[in-house]
Design a protein around this ligand. Structure first.
Ligand code: FAD
Length: 451
């Protein structure tokens, strides 16, 4: 049984903040969610390219929204949803998108429905940005926030003290761009993938696209339909790489890393080949950023390692009063957020015990040494990949909850593999019938929630 009920500030009302608020309240705490925009859903709120007019005119700037119009999920909806609130097509109404890999608007609809179903909207203070979180002598946290007044940009900073803070501010905001020799004098246009919305502006152009993660591959195919040619750069490819990508597009090429950009508009690759490009699109990801935290948080970000953090969640010196939900990458995000949130809520109430500060610190240091020993770059500290399910099993064990369902793991593994093998078509291949057994198992479990 919970023994402590705390007043907890949750920063952000994306998927992580919403499920954190739900788990905290279920555990008997009183969460207050701060959200700087006027709605829930975070990443999944689509905005047109020029909607973010208040931002600077720098084409590589960080933007609030980073979805492109054609974006569909990269996971089958059944495995993407929260554990006890299925993201099932059966739940979709006539105006919704019933596809197995639906478009982004369907995910936002699902998150809004989650907030309504669990009565979370009343916990959220919209248009309220947390600008500073500082530690009090009593081990509580002073949260300074500024509120956007209706119809005006004026923000009045206010402060409140909370027993604990859960950081759910997302990590697809602060952009990272490729560092390429000669770019300052290169005359073409540059943008980060977070500004990309639709292919039309690239009609007839030669585009170099740096990065071949999910977004990079999606955007390259989107643009190849209208562009003269699209050259995708895979920085981990051997230097001699220069070949046409298989699929419907005859103007889509893959290269090794860019060596330099030149004043005449050329982009030169490591194998010496060159193209005259009109545009470079940086699909190079994002940096973790916590502008509201100071040294008293005990946290720093070093080459994209947020640390020290015990199990990617608690900074040992200030645990459990400060925690982070949603840092791991290459995971099934919503399920992981839910387990982390359940763990944080249980630790705060006293239902679940944390090791001592010394033990947690020792474990974090041992984890970093292991990463170093196997040559895992620091910037991938939070990339779980193959370790995801072990980590989630550990969390479920701490929370005394059921482990993640086997069908969910298998669906995830199949989607990752399909994505690599058949990037252009994997989303529409799923329904060919050979994975029906996974859907049968998922739907059987979902029947518990949709009787
Ligand atoms: P966010 O959604 O970023 O939410 C953070 C919230 O915090 C925002 O609402 C923000 O306004 C608020 N905030 C930030 N700072 C402050 C502050 N100082 N004060 C107050 N509020 C603040 N995941 C999948 O499962 N499937 C997919 O197919 C998939 N596709 C993706 C495609 C793209 C292009 C991207 C970028 C991500 C994708 N993801 C996908 C991952 C996705 O980001 C996660 O699923 C999840 O939505 C992240 O939720 P979050 O709450 O951690 O962060």
């Amino acid at each position: 049984m919970p023994s402590r009920s705390l007043r907890v500030a949750v920063i952000g009302a994306g998927a992580a903040g919403l499920v954190a608020a739900r788990e905290l309240r279920r555990e008997g705490h009183a969460p207050v969610v701060f959200e700087r925009t006027d709605g829930v859903g975070g990443t999944w709120v689509y905005e047109d390219a020029d909607a973010d007019a208040s931002a600077s005119t720098d084409p590589l700037r960080s933007r609030r929204s980073n979805l492109y119009a054609s974006l569909r999920t990269n996971l089958p909806r059944e495995c993407m949803g929260f554990l006890d609130f299925p993201f099932a097509a059966a739940a979709a109404g006539p105006d919704d998108d019933p596809r197995r890999f639906p478009g982004h608007a369907e995910v936002l609809r699902y998150l809004r429905e989650f907030a309504r179903r669990f009565d979370l909207l009343g916990l959220v203070r919209f248009q309220t940005e947390v600008v500073r979180v500082s530690r009090e002598a009593s081990e509580s946290w002073r949260v300074r926030y500024s509120k956007k007044e209706a119809g005006s940009e004026k923000r009045e900073p206010e402060e409140e003290v909370f027993d604990a803070v859960v950081v759910c501010n997302g990590h697809y905001y602060q952009t990272r761009v490729a560092d390429i020799a000669g770019l300052e004098a290169w005359p073409g246009k540059q943008l980060h993938s977070n500004s990309y919305r639709v292919p039309e502006p690239f009609h007839g152009q030669a585009v170099v696209l740096i990065g071949c993660s999910v977004s990079g591959m999606d955007i390259s195919r989107d643009i190849a339909g209208v562009a003269k040619e699209v050259h995708v750069v895979d920085r981990s490819a051997p230097a001699a790489t220069y070949q046409r990508l298989p699929g419907d597009h005859t103007n889509l090429w893959i290269h090794s890393m860019v060596d330099r950009a030149e004043q005449d508009g050329s982009v030169v690759f490591q194998d010496g080949s060159r193209v005259k490009a009109d545009v470079i699109i940086h699909c190079t990801g994002y940096k973790y950023s916590f502008p509201f935290l100071g040294d008293d948080s005990t946290i720093s970000v070093d080459d994209n390692r947020v640390g020290p953090l015990y199990k990617h969640v608690f900074p040992p010196r200030v645990a459990p009063q400060l925690s982070f939900i949603g840092l791991p990458l290459r995971v099934i995000p919503f399920a992981l957020f839910e387990l982390q949130s359940n763990w944080v809520a249980g630790v705060l109430s006293g239902r679940i015990e944390l090791p001592s500060e010394e033990e947690m610190t020792r474990e974090v240091m041992a984890f970093y040494s292991d990463l170093d020993a196997c040559g895992w770059p620091r910037r991938y500290t939070h990339v779980l990949g193959d370790f995801e399910f072990k980590y989630e099993e550990w969390l479920a064990g701490q929370c005394r909850r059921e482990k993640i369902e086997d069908w969910r793991k298998e669906m995830y593994a199949a989607a990752v593999k399909d994505n690599m093998d058949h990037h252009g078509s994997y989303r529409d291949m799923w329904d060919d019938g050979y994975r029906d057994h996974l859907l049968v198992q998922a739907n059987r479990d979902f029947a518990l929630y949709f009787p």
